[in-house]
Unconditional design. Structure first.
Lengths: 515, 230
């Protein structure tokens, strides 16, 4: 196999390591005091791990029946529903939270219905709220991962079980259970690691002594107490917890695919009607309601609130848009050479570099760079720059998972031909690698754009009243009870995130090579 | 002259030694049982496989450690000879220089090459729109514009039918004559060797034997070759 010059890839990895290690160094230098965590900090550590564990468990357990039902039932709107399962992954967290509040909140639809039959209203705040939000994001993701597994089962298998008249319980044991076992560990690890560094969900639905994540505790130590020492100490704790988990999960984490193709359906001959059909129907209906109702609520209240949106929202929308676009450029500049290096390296351990972004928490990096910038300049002036780099870094693990297989395939198929023709460096990229990976590049760029435009993390740490991105501005509107304006802002944010994703993904697919 | 001086290729549990010369412009077939190391031999000559000892010389120049591109060889693989996402003209153009743009004169050369191999008017098509034989012709057009002193063929026509394969071999011989190139051609068909090769390198039992004139070898095969030919 032919090597793509690793120099640029190593430089990019070095740059990322520097970005993280400098922040870590700054944080470590400030983590003074007696190095003892207060009881409330221990509570945050416990809560972080517990909620991530529960979120991952519920996401996986619930995804199994949903995926199973979707895999074996044909119904009107199935393709649409499966496409929609890709949406929460790129949905801005704050927007989803607003949608969930409209359904599960104090004055939401669910409590209205419970009130009618005389049941006390349920609260969405605290542990249960954090978990509901995390399940909302991750249940569809795990379902899609499982559906990929179902689709990989050869059609002959299903023909065989139908011909042998094997009952559904045996089909489950013979075909479905092994594939669940293959996919669920990776899916669980992915959800667990992502929930460990959850910030925006905890910020909006958690809080208080009983529902504070480490990430939120860093923010509070920083924003409210301006206790850099404690923020730094918590950052190190966060790095140990999330980094350790990410390293352990390294080899389990699967490829995320939000693209098309999953709506293709295998013909099934082994499926029974009657009770099992009804059960599948109820499962699908509940999952669809859980997914669609919050989204519909965002649309409806957003359209109603749009006229109340102040000019500041439109200005921050513009800021968010260019921040996202620059993030995409930064991401591609880092991810492409790194993916090229990983794809052709003999050492598989190189792939670990790509998970740095999952291991480091955004607020840890933010705290570190705040400390680094503070002596020289007003950190608020640098808020957007740091946000851009952190956003790119957070998208990097996903981008690499998407790009590496495509580049590896090009190197395997065309490596010798390219070498024989003397295609190297820029020419190799321009003629061969980029055109052939166009669909994947578009997808990774779209993902980064959507994640970046909707991110509420570092910016909350840095920003002063004059500077904000749209998610932060929306959070401020929610905090000051300007519900209509917040709903309008949510709709704008939703359109921006999905629009960025769609445009870039479409660019990639439309011009993808038809071979 | 292409010389392999006491070359040893070591690929784990597989070992192949070679010690022979091929004069410039000569057409040589490499035959032998599957797994004997025919492809490894040409891969080493092209620079895709490192040799563990010995030297590969191109005239007086030692190319043992030279990069693939520096070896002045036009190579045709078993498959993936054309970039599927580029047009035929672009694929051929890459043989002139791997730059992003060709001059008008260079485009004219590409056109002439396509005309020469019978693909006039196919320049704007993608490889997938061409038949297997036409794809081989396009790859040969590229070898034509590359005009390297050696052409290395690693069974590029194995998937073609007998008549088409004969046609392609004829074209190879013509292209090689026009560019003055020598040819090293891996094949498992003795009739291919008879058709265009002046001599044959027989590879078996870990040794690539020195080239022997084709008719002489195939008419009076040594026992190992006899066993292979059946």
């Amino acid at each position: 196999m032919i090597k793509i010059s690793p120099r640029l890839g190593i430089s990019a990895a070095g740059f990322i390591a520097a970005l993280i290690l400098l922040a870590l160094g700054a944080v470590a230098s400030r983590a003074t005091g007696d190095f003892a965590l207060a009881p409330s900090d221990w509570a945050a550590v416990r809560f972080t791990i517990w909620q991530a564990f529960l979120s991952a468990i519920f996401s996986c357990l619930l995804a199994i029946p949903v995926a199973r039902a979707l895999a074996r039932r044909r119904f009107w709107g199935r393709g649409f529903l499966i496409t929609l399962l890709g949406a929460p992954f790129i949905l801005p967290v704050i927007v989803a939270v607003l949608g969930l509040l409209a359904i599960f909140g104090r004055f939401g639809i669910l409590n209205d219905m419970l009130g009618v039959i005389g049941i006390e209203p349920l609260s969405i705040y605290g542990l249960q709220g954090v978990i509901v939000a995390h399940v909302f994001f991750n249940l569809p993701l795990v379902t899609r991962l499982l559906l990929q597994g179902w689709q990989s089962v050869p059609a002959e298998r299903f023909r065989l079980v139908a011909q042998l008249d094997i009952p559904p319980s045996m089909v489950f044991r013979l075909i479905e259970w092994p594939l669940i076992l293959r996919i669920i560990p990776g899916a669980f690890a992915l959800v667990f690691v992502m929930c460990l560094t959850s910030f925006a969900v905890a910020l909006t639905l958690g809080g208080g002594p009983r529902a504070t994540t480490i990430e939120l505790a860093i923010y509070q130590a920083f924003r409210f107490d301006f206790d850099l020492g404690r923020a730094a100490l918590l950052s190190i704790v966060q790095l140990v917890v999330a980094g350790g988990a990410a390293m352990m999960a390294l080899w389990l984490i699967p490829v995320v695919n939000l693209g098309g193709g999953l709506d293709r359906m295998q013909r099934r001959w082994d499926v029974q009607m009657g009770f099992s059909r009804g059960l599948d129907g109820v499962t699908i209906a509940l999952a669809a309601a859980f997914l669609i109702l919050p989204l519909a609520a965002i649309l409806v209240s957003g359209l109603r609130g749009l006229p109340d949106v102040p000019i500041s929202v439109w200005m921050t929308a513009w800021t968010s848009l260019w921040v996202a676009l620059v993030s995409v450029v930064v991401l591609l500049a880092l991810a492409l050479p790194m993916a090229g290096w990983i794809a052709t390296s003999q050492h598989t351990s190189v792939e670990a570099v790509g998970l740095l972004g999952l291991a480091a928490s955004p607020l840890m990096i933010g705290t570190g760079w705040f400390i680094l910038i503070y002596p020289f300049a007003n950190p608020a002036d640098w808020a957007l720059v740091v946000t851009i780099f952190v956003n790119a870094l957070m998208a990097l693990p996903f981008a690499l998972r998407i790009l590496v297989p495509a580049l590896r395939d090009s190197a395997q198929s065309y490596g010798r031909l390219s070498a024989g023709l003397g295609l190297r460096g820029v020419r190799l990229w321009m003629w061969v690698l980029i055109p052939r990976a166009r669909a994947q590049i578009g997808f990774a760029a779209g993902l980064t754009g959507a994640l970046s435009v909707g991110d509420l993390g570092v910016i909350a740490l840095f920003a002063d009243p004059d500077r904000a991105t749209l998610p932060l501005q929306m959070y401020r509107l929610m905090g000051s009870y300007q519900t209509n304006a917040a709903a309008g802002a949510a709709l704008i944010l939703l359109v921006l995130a999905l629009g960025l994703f769609w445009i870039m993904d479409y660019w990639g697919r439309r011009n993808a090579i038809a071979e | 002259m292409l010389s392999l001086n006491d070359v040893v290729i070591d690929l784990g549990d597989f070992r192949l030694s070679a010690n022979f010369n091929v004069p410039n412009g000569q057409r040589v077939a490499i035959i032998g049982p599957s797994g004997a190391g025919k492809s490894s031999l040409v891969n080493a000559i092209c620079g895709f496989v490192d040799v563990s000892s010995g030297a590969i010389m191109l005239g007086a120049r030692d190319i043992t450690a030279a990069s693939v591109a520096a070896r002045k060889m036009a190579i045709l693989f078993q498959d993936n000879n054309l970039f599927a996402h580029l047009t035929i003209a672009q694929n051929v153009g890459l043989g002139i220089r791997p730059a992003l743009r060709l001059t008008l004169a260079e485009n004219e050369i590409v056109k002439q090459a396509l005309l020469r191999v019978g693909l006039a008017g196919f320049g704007h098509r993608k490889p997938s729109e061409l038949s297997g034989g036409q794809q081989s012709r396009a790859a040969l057009a590229r070898a034509l514009v590359q005009a390297k002193p050696w052409m290395i063929l690693d069974e590029p026509f194995a998937a073609l039918g007998p008549a088409l394969r004969a046609e392609m071999l004829q074209l190879v011989a013509e292209v090689a004559t026009e560019t003055g190139a020598g040819v090293l051609m891996v094949t498992h068909a003795p009739e291919d060797a008879r058709r265009i090769a002046q001599s044959v390198i027989f590879v078996a039992e870990g040794v690539a034997h020195a080239p022997v004139p084709t008719a002489e070898l195939l008419d009076n095969p040594p026992p190992a070759l006899k066993a292979y030919l059946g």
